[in-house]
Design a protein around this ligand. Structure first.
Ligand code: 4AD
Ligand code: MG
Length: 486
């Protein structure tokens, strides 16, 4: 009962700082960022996660005993009753004059690892259970939330249906074979059949299953019934890529639209990305301003040739205001081959028609050549997934990747192959068995129609919007090779 009553008078710091209710008595609850004693006036900076800004609590020995103040250390959690007053100091507009206080939870400074000083991002990853209590990570998490909300708003406003596709599946959508297995078989005693193969009939689902790498195949089934759908869920890839752009568990948004062709798909992708970034610019001003400053500092420490030409906010605005460049894969190879960068042998990986573009190639096109986002289309069939629509030329597919500065590929998608014969042949070529995707092939047998879709890697988007450089810093608890703590 008492907590409910208290909750009624408890105000969030964000609301206090914006409403400035001078003269009002109220209760605030939050965690101490810093506390100091200045000639017997105590200053405690509280943060409750509602905003980047702290609320300054002021007290003197009459209202706050020395013993109680001694427990006011960084990280401790307080409930403070006080009077809102105009702040005489600079840096904040109002502050809270303490009336009474309770320590809800102590944080022993001898062992509490998060101290009010600059910690490296690497160190903060080791204390992932605490890092959301820093300015940087709380700002990132609030922006991540705003972007997730904006994803749903964008599609809801356009009357797309949010389709929940399964997390456990029996198929490998991307055909890359980088899947985490799902099984209840006894790993010490795996049942085998006569041929010595694993006998999955005894397994939980009676067949081989894995965590999904994409919701697309089921998404297509939805599009062929509901017209336009999107998925937004976790996806899992067991690729052993220890990079700043890959996670083993990441969130993906996959719209799929009946009757759309490649050009419509490209337009949807651009509209979607510009909307999301615009939404963050409008709704996350304080946090973005803070991260903008952070990125500026980082930039100063970089070597001249590696410095970003634009600040974070300018970069975000630039992307929302300018149309993306459209080129084909074949044109991209020509540009790369005739670049000075190539001629001077500065690319680590070869450039040849037919190769899978490496991140260095993608970033050269975006950052050095066009200096804006690029949509690359019409890739060689051999380097793309089986479901992509094959072109008349017999060599390429109607694929599209959206490439972003600092990120490389942020979206991958395509028009889908709607010719059943071609689809089956291509699936066979890459080793996907017809009987495993009979239900997917049925969409081409019954009420077939052109359709297209794409996947946006949510963390790559958050990476771009926050200006962070390692994908492990834009998800609360990253999963990557040898990394599954917390
Ligand atoms: O290009 P991908 O593999 O495409 C698909 O999965 C399609 N089924 C999408 C579709 O057409 N519906 O992945 C899509 C996006 C990539 O562009 C990238 O942004 C992100 O997902 N992504 C990853 N993000 C973090 N870690 C990883 N390991 C990622 N792999 C892909
Ligand atoms: Mg891709």
């Amino acid at each position: 009962m008492s907590t409910i009553v208290e909750q009624k008078t408890r105000l969030r710091i964000k609301d206090i700082l914006s409403a400035r209710p001078v003269g009002q008595e109220l209760t605030v609850k939050g965690w101490i960022r810093t506390a100091r004693d200045n000639k017997n006036v105590y200053f405690i900076n509280l943060n409750d996660g509602s905003t980047l800004s702290n609320l300054q609590v002021v007290a003197d020995p009459e209202t706050l005993s020395k013993d109680l103040f001694a427990r006011c250390t960084t990280g401790a959690c307080l409930s403070v009753k006080g009077l809102v007053i105009e702040s005489p100091g600079s840096g904040q507009s109002v502050e809270l004059k303490l009336i009474s206080m309770e320590v809800l939870g102590d944080a022993d400074p001898q062992v509490y690892k998060l101290q009010p000083k600059k910690h490296s991002l690497e160190f903060l990853r080791e204390i992932g259970h605490l890092r959301m209590r820093t300015n940087t990570f709380s700002a990132i998490m609030r922006i991540r939330h705003a972007l997730a909300f904006a994803v749903h708003k964008f599609f809801n406003d356009r009357e797309f249906v949010y389709l929940h596709t399964p997390i456990i599946t029996g198929s490998d959508c991307e055909g890359a074979g980088e899947m985490f297995r799902v099984t209840t078989l006894d790993l010490h005693n795996i049942p085998k059949n006569d041929k010595g193969e694993i006998d999955f009939t005894d397994d939980f689902f009676g067949k081989e299953t894995n965590l999904t790498v994409s919701g697309q195949l089921e998404g297509e089934l939805g599009a062929m019934a509901l017209g336009q759908i999107y998925t937004f869920g976790p996806t899992f890839r067991a690729e052993n890529s220890n990079t700043t752009r890959h996670l083993a568990e990441f969130w993906m948004i996959e719209p799929e639209v009946a009757f759309n062709e490649l050009e419509d798909n490209m337009k949807l992708a651009q509209d979607f990305l510009q909307y999301l970034i615009g939404y963050a610019l409008e709704h996350c001003k304080e946090d973005l301003q803070f991260l903008n400053g952070r990125a500026e500092e980082e930039n100063k420490n970089k070597k001249q040739e590696e410095r970003d030409e634009m600040g974070l906010l300018d970069r975000l605005r630039f992307v929302t205001e300018n149309p993306f460049e459209h080129i084909t894969y074949t044109e991209a190879i020509q540009i790369l081959k005739s670049s000075n960068h190539f001629k001077k042998g500065k690319f680590k990986y070869p450039v040849e028609w037919g190769i899978d573009l490496q991140s260095e190639h993608e970033r050269y096109l975006v950052e050095k050549h066009f200096k804006k986002p690029v949509i690359l289309t019409d890739y060689p069939t051999g380097i793309k997934a089986f479901y992509m629509k094959q072109s008349e030329d017999g060599k390429t597919v109607r694929a599209m990747d959206v490439l972003f500065p600092g990120i490389g590929e942020i979206i991958g998608g395509s028009q889908r192959e709607d010719d059943l014969e071609k689809l089956i042949k291509r699936a066979n070529d890459v080793g996907i068995k017809e009987q495993d995707i009979w239900w997917y092939l049925d969409t081409r047998r019954f009420g077939n129609a052109p359709h297209a879709g794409f996947g946006l890697g949510f963390e790559r988007l958050v990476l771009f919007v926050t200006g962070m450089t390692n994908i492990r810093d834009v998800i609360p608890f990253p999963r990557a090779p040898k990394t599954a703590e917390f």
